[in-house]
Ligand binder design. Structure first.
Ligand SMILES: Cc1cc2nc3c(=O)[nH]c(=O)nc-3n(C[C@H](O)[C@H](O)[C@H](O)COP(=O)(O)OP(=O)(O)OC[C@H]3O[C@@H](n4cnc5c(N)ncnc54)[C@H](O)[C@@H]3O)c2cc1C
Length: 285
């Protein structure tokens, strides 16, 4: 299918993008286009104006400072995954991006675009939650910082206001003895995950501290498991008790669809969460 007609402007600067988006209530940002173009072709979106932020030079940067790692909204997923400093300090990002679609998608799709799109099956919103990331957003009212936990408000929905867009995502540095893991199940390599789990934990004197255990593909959007996080906090074992897994799966309300039944997703979730916590633990040692 072909997209509906729209006007297109490639913004040269952030200020120009802000002005264009503020001037048209029916305008939409495009970055890598890997999610928006399919939506247009399926006529699930029909903006009057598309503002391309993918060619703005100041958004095409990866930097590291005291706040951590900052990835501009123009940086592709492939560029993030192949950056040696990212792999050294935030290896979970490179690992998660390796699970996204195919090379062609990662070569065009952006990390910030994935956070803005907030697909319930996407890896990066879950990673952002686990790593306690935040985004910088800009609009005619100025800039603001939004923690990853406040960005997603539902499937394909965020707390970004109309005319507001993400200029960068920031991932704080990880404390020593911190391990991370992403585990997912997809029917075929390159497919969206049927279900997945991201874990991050720090070992202090042999006990787990500040765990983040985030599920994706198992609800309306990526979300933390309070049951598993409470069980892992202070624990001295990487093995989750059967009782914890039973309470965890009972609390889930996964979809029943063509890819997997709700009961298969529950079983999958229990296996993925046990494996992910054990792997994060191993990596923290
Ligand atoms: C075949 C295929 C397989 C895929 N498989 C996976 C997968 O396994 N896992 C996965 O996570 N993703 C997958 N994707 C999606 C891919 O990761 C997209 O690149 C990503 O979701 C969106 O990034 P983008 O830069 O392409 O955004 P766009 O397509 O340009 O935009 C997507 C949406 O986000 C908005 N947006 C983009 N950037 C910003 C910004 N900076 N500020 C505010 N709003 C913004 C747009 O307005 C639009 O609504 C797949 C896509 C395809 C086509």
């Amino acid at each position: 299918m072909k997209p509906p007609p729209f006007d297109y402007v490639a913004a040269g600067t952030v200020d120009q993008a802000v002005a264009l988006l503020n001037g048209d209530a029916d305008a939409r940002v495009i970055a890598g286009g890997q999610s928006l173009m399919p939506l247009l072709n399926l006529r699930m979106a029909s903006p009057e104006l598309i503002v391309d932020i993918g060619r703005i030079e100041e958004l095409d940067s990866i930097s590291i400072d005291d706040d951590g790692l900052t990835i501009g909204a123009g940086v592709t997923q492939a560029a993030v995954a192949t950056d040696p400093d990212v792999s050294a300090g935030w290896p979970l990002l490179a690992e998660a991006i390796g699970l996204i679609g195919h090379a062609q998608i990662r070569n065009r799709g952006t990390l910030c675009g994935s956070l803005a799109h907030n697909d319930p099956l996407a890896e990066l919103p879950a990673v952002a939650l686990a790593l306690e990331a935040s985004v910088t957003a800009i609009s005619g009212d100025g800039r603001r910082t939004i923690p990853a936990g406040d960005l997603g408000i539902g499937p394909f929905m965020t707390s970004l206001d109309s005319g507001e867009f993400i200029t960068a995502a920031t991932f704080p540095s990880l404390p020593p003895a911190t391990g991370c893991s992403i585990r997912e199940f997809a029917t075929r390599t390159g497919d969206f995950a049927t279900a997945g789990v991201v874990t991050r934990l720090t070992l202090v004197d042999g006990a787990a501290s500040n765990p983040r255990v985030v599920l994706f593909g198992l609800g309306p959007q990526a979300h933390r498991s309070s049951i598993v996080e409470a069980a892992v906090e202070g624990s001295t074992s990487p093995v989750l008790d059967d009782d914890v897994l039973a309470r965890f799966t009972a609390e889930l309300s996964p979809n029943d669809d063509a890819h997997a039944s709700a009961s298969a997703r529950r079983q999958l979730a229990a296996e993925l969460i046990a494996a992910s916590v054990a792997e994060a633990w191993e990596r923290a040692l």
